[in-house]
Write a protein that binds this ligand. Structure first.
Ligand SMILES: [Ca+2]
Ligand SMILES: [Ca+2]
Ligand SMILES: [Ca+2]
Length: 619
């Protein structure tokens, strides 16, 4: 006798009727679905002929949503010879409101929801996933959540950031990995990168209502939200791994698959064979993360719809996409086409985690590769510049090395490679993030170096990204030590660094410096949109102007000149040739950091800088 049909999930579980999609592909997962037919009661939702997987665990059906479909729940009835069951699909009116895309007016701020603030202790050790909460252990859940982020929105607004990047919110495994551990610490997916349900919300972070409340409160305060998504892989405990919805849903199986070889540079080669790229595109990360097959038409559509769904249902303003190079580029082209048809102003940020501008540029919107494909990412991380900034401001190395080997490992070399990008101003610049050692955990790093690095970061081209806690001097080594929770966001924390009273004088000075820089950026369009003119680059000394207006009018924030001395011992005197800037003789410039006034005797400006210091000269 056949088993009775059973449905555990319908994906997507909802959609909005004001959609650009001609139709949707629904995936119903369960058991006993062989030979099933699906009907829907009432008007507004039309279903095609279902396709069921060989083991009866997955049913795909095309669904067309009428523009006047009745709002609310629609019941799908699934019938086989052995019986009947139902599933619920919800029709929404239109996508959730968004604030708008991310651009050079923005300052990004990265939050790991588990590590920022515990706003609701009730979800710390949920019934569904007991035993993986322990704020004292680096790879356990610490209790941070969406309610906590909402509580701290005024703090973030005060700091002057405009866009919050949240690491993935998908439901992750409810238990620790049975065998995988590092230094006695079991692998637990508090970071969100091991999805077991792409439509579920991790229960440690809160409920869908908590997420709606966070988005609407952030938007009310003028803060945008960027959601982290992963289309390359799922977590090892996703139910698909045991019962794939199609035979080719994954590249391989847990028993037989390629391991990822990380050979991203090879993808850029016009000479590389397809076979030589397979382990990069189809290999499993660390041999454990099941690699999704975006060439499987059902899987491809599932992933594209899933990206749309989070934006449409919750109102995210931007998507950050993980591990971009490990997915074939034609997928990104189609993914972007679908996103832009539905949400024209949505911004995408792609992770190409390699300090090589040529590889990075290969994925930027507007760059057609040798393969004829424009992968389409609006924004990319500036890992090349990060290498130069860490070398200079943490390790104390020159910003520019003299000689024949100018590479992208110094700041001057990284910026010189801007000619490879269609739009270097849309690179996301940073001194640290959740996959790198914290700035203050770097060899040789000091608060003075961090402040100087921040001055460079917030006054240079690109869109700055700040890593939570760096503004109060949080330190930490490699992952997971770089993900310590924000002091003061959690019960039992000794000091509350969200408030001036909880910070030491040095931490308060650092916080005020960062706040000053975000405000400087907000008040000077040249720092956001201006062209960059490098006036001086030798050894530890560097100077550049940002210019945002025609030569006749460089006032009102349209002109900023920045000079840096990264030498921690010696002062520096820089003689800058301003001829090309056509700055009127006698122009008075004020150092926005100290209030000191200097006068430009065009074509020359002579600046004296103390050791490890900067001047940010504004009109
Ligand atoms: Ca909590
Ligand atoms: Ca979970
Ligand atoms: Ca892959």
């Amino acid at each position: 006798m056949d088993p009775t049909p059973q449905i555990n999930a319908i994906e997507p579980p909802s959609w909005w009727r004001q959609t650009a999609q001609k139709s949707l592909r629904l995936l119903l997962r369960g058991a006993g679905l062989t030979g099933a037919s699906v009907t829907v009661s009432g008007a507004g939702l039309r279903l095609g002929k279902p396709r069921v997987s060989a083991d009866g665990s997955a049913l795909f059906v095309e669904a067309t949503l009428a523009k006047d479909a009745p709002l609310g729940a629609h019941t799908l009835t699934v019938t086989t010879r052995a019986g009947t069951t139902t599933a619920r699909f919800t029709v929404l009116d239109r996508p959730a409101p968004r604030l708008g895309g991310v651009n050079n007016d923005d300052v990004l701020y990265l939050i790991l929801p588990d590590r920022f603030c515990d706003g609701d202790p009730k979800n710390n050790d949920p019934e569904k996933s007991k035993g993986i909460y322990n704020p004292k252990r680096p790879r356990h859940y610490h209790g941070g959540d969406l309610a906590g982020i909402r509580k701290k929105l005024p703090y973030l607004k005060d700091l002057g950031v405009t866009t919050l990047w949240l690491t993935p919110l998908y439901d992750n495994a409810d238990f620790q990995h049975p065998t995988l551990a590092w230094a006695g610490e079991p692998a637990i997916d508090y970071h969100g990168y091991g999805a077991v349900d792409f439509y579920g919300l991790e229960e440690h972070f809160g409920t869908p209502d908590d997420l709606h409340a966070l988005v609407s409160e952030a938007h009310r305060l003028g803060l945008k939200l960027m959601l982290d998504q992963v289309a390359n892989h799922c977590g090892p405990f996703h139910p698909w791994v045991k019962t794939p919805p199609t035979p080719t849903w994954f590249h391989g199986t847990p028993e037989k698959h390629l391991d990822c070889d990380w050979n991203v540079v090879n993808l850029l080669s016009p000479h590389a064979t397809q076979a030589s790229k397979r382990a990069t595109l189809e290999g499993w990360f660390a041999g454990i993360l099941p690699d999704l097959n975006q060439s499987d038409p059902e899987c491809r559509r599932y992933l594209i719809q899933n990206a749309l769904w989070w934006v449409g249902v919750y109102g995210f303003d931007a998507i950050r996409q993980d591990t971009v190079p490990y997915v074939a580029r034609d997928f990104w082209r189609d993914w972007h086409a679908a996103l832009r048809a539905e949400f024209p102003e949505l911004t995408t940020l792609g992770e190409v985690n390699l300090p090589d501008a040529a590889v990075n540029a290969f994925y930027q919107r507007g760059k057609r590769g040798f393969d004829g494909i424009d992968a389409g990412f609006d924004l990319l991380y500036d890992f090349p510049l990060e290498s130069g900034m860490i070398a200079a401001f943490a390790h104390g190395e020159p910003l520019q090395r003299l000689g024949f080997t100018a590479g992208s490992s110094d700041i001057a070399g990284a910026l010189a490679h801007d000619s490879l990008y269609p739009n270097p101003d849309s690179l996301v610049t940073f001194l640290g993030l959740h996959d790198t050692t914290r700035f203050l955990g770097r060899k040789g790093a000091t608060l003075a170096g961090l402040k100087l690095g921040a001055t460079f970061l917030f006054t240079s081209r690109g869109i700055p990204l700040w890593y939570y806690g760096d503004e109060v001097g949080l330190s930490g080594g490699d992952d997971p030590d770089n993900r310590r929770h924000f002091p003061g966001g959690f019960p039992g924390d000794k000091a509350n660094k969200f408030t001036p009273e909880g910070r030491t004088q040095a931490e308060e000075d650092l916080f005020q410096h960062i706040k000053k820089l975000t405000h400087l950026r907000a008040t000077h369009p040249a720092l956001r949109h201006g062209s960059t003119h490098v006036l001086y680059a030798q050894g530890q000394h560097y100077a550049y102007a940002r210019v945002d207006s025609p030569p006749s009018d460089r006032g009102r924030g349209g002109f900023v000149l920045v000079a840096l001395n990264n030498d921690s011992e010696k002062p520096a005197t820089l003689t800058l040739d301003l001829t090309e800037l056509k700055l009127p003789v006698g122009t008075r410039l004020t150092d926005a950091l100290t209030g000191t006034i200097v006068t430009a005797a065009n074509p020359t400006l002579i600046l004296t800088l103390a050791p490890r210091s900067a001047q940010v000269l504004v009109r």
